[in-house]
Design a protein around this ligand. Structure first.
Ligand SMILES: *Cc1c(COP(=O)(O)O)cnc(C)c1O
Length: 395
């Protein structure tokens, strides 16, 4: 403050002249939160299953939890054992993730210097946004899609340009190209997309990468699609791929994900992340899941088979139509129902202990998203769907 000393601060509710704050807080006021955060609704949480069961008055063991695309088989025994046998809890994990990144790189078919692991892929999406998007810059995404992109941008006060998907939930490539401006620091697209299950086509990705923008492809459901952007575009310097163990490996509760980046970006992410962002249990579980990948991928294939059987049987109901999906869930539209048919079906199923995902957005008001159950739960789900449909006068 030079030689003039500290400026005298105004007292009480006097307007602050040095900035646009309305004034100083009174002595008993809570801390003043940044204005853009006070009105945010927060990420819409998935309710824990025991609370759902209690609300519906059904036994937890009878619940069909099909609302968060989790693995219906649970974590593998091999992974459970590896975590149970680990004795290293008293020591911090490796901040450089050397062994873990080598294992992830081997699984993804890339070099370790391109890989960074995180507490779920959500953490890596946030870190990537922090690394790439500066003041005055923007992000592009294509709704309806994963709510996390909107959430992260809102929290960081980053403008998000949303380019609505077409009738089949594919992206409108021309419109996305038109939305990309010099200030666009990142385009983020889920493939397969959540909640529609739509894969991103190679020609669309090629066109977007050709624009000069940085394109992140979120492959949370890649193991169910059987393809990855890394196969054809793996060497592209501005391609980012996010992956997770939450879905195919049944580790959603441990928070275990990773991303594949240009080595220069990966090196920055390693330096700006929390040093111990991946806890040791998650590290042990990821490495064990990679060791058990044959078993886990065979299980993912069973889920894909179930997806086909479910699409066929749901379509045969006559009042519920599944969209084509490359993921482990089906977005289903209620035919000929009222505009709020999705909400009514969601509620009728919840009363029966079947929890599916409903999105209240205008475009998806007549839809529910149903995660694929285990094949042995298929008949129970169909019975509940028939009964709920009959109760709503749809069947
Ligand atoms: C579930 C999901 C994720 C979640 O990843 P975490 O690794 O659990 O953070 C990321 N992207 C999409 C599109 C998802 O549906």
């Amino acid at each position: 403050m030079g030689g003039r000393g500290r400026p005298r601060l105004p007292q009480g509710d006097v307007a602050c002249v040095a900035c646009d704050h309305e004034g100083m807080s009174g002595e008993s006021d809570p801390p003043r939160v940044r204005p853009h955060l006070t009105a945010l609704p927060g990420y819409e949480p998935v309710t824990p299953v025991d609370q759902l069961a209690a609300r519906a008055g059904v036994d937890v063991t009878d619940v069909l939890k099909l609302d968060a695309n989790e693995n219906p088989f649970g974590a593998s025994d091999a992974v459970q054992r590896a975590v149970a046998e680990c004795r290293g809890w008293s020591v911090y994990p490796d901040p450089l993730q050397l062994d873990l990144r080598a294992a992830l790189a081997g699984y993804a078919g890339v070099t370790p210097e391109r890989v960074v692991a995180g507490a779920g892929s959500d953490e890596l999406i946030e870190l990537t946004v922090r690394a790439l998007v500066g003041p005055g810059q923007r992000v592009v995404s294509c709704p309806p899609t994963f709510g996390m992109y909107r959430f992260l941008c809102d929290v960081a006060a980053i403008p998000l340009d949303e380019v609505e998907r077409g009738a089949d939930f594919g992206i409108d490539v021309e419109a996305v190209l038109a939305a990309i401006r010099p200030e666009t620091a990142l385009v983020i697209l889920a493939s397969p997309n959540n909640p529609s299950g739509t894969p991103l086509r190679d020609d669309a990705l090629a066109a977007l990468l050709g624009s000069g923008a940085t394109i992140a492809v979120d492959e949370a459901y890649g193991e169910y699609a059987g393809t990855s952007a890394l196969e054809r575009f793996g060497d592209h310097p501005r391609l980012i791929v996010f992956r997770t163990f939450s879905k195919w490996a049944g580790l959603a509760g441990l928070r275990a994900g990773y991303g594949v980046f240009h080595p220069d970006l990966a090196s920055v992410l390693l330096r700006i992340k929390q040093p111990y962002n991946v806890n040791l249990a998650a590290e042990v579980a990821m490495r064990a899941a990679i060791d058990a990948k044959d078993e886990l991928l065979a299980q993912a294939a069973q889920v894909v088979e179930e997806r086909g059987a479910l699409a066929r049987d749901i379509g045969a109901l006559g009042w519920l139509t599944p969209y084509p999906s490359s993921a482990n869930f089906l977005l289903c539209a209620v035919e000929g129902g009222s505009p709020d048919a999705g909400a009514r079906l969601h509620a009728a199923l919840a009363e029966r202990g079947v929890f599916v995902r409903y999105f209240g957005t205008p475009r998806l008001r007549d839809c529910v998203r149903i995660s694929c159950p285990r094949p042995d739960q298929h008949e129970a789900l169909m019975t509940h769907l028939r009964a709920a449909g009959a109760g709503l006068g749809l069947a």
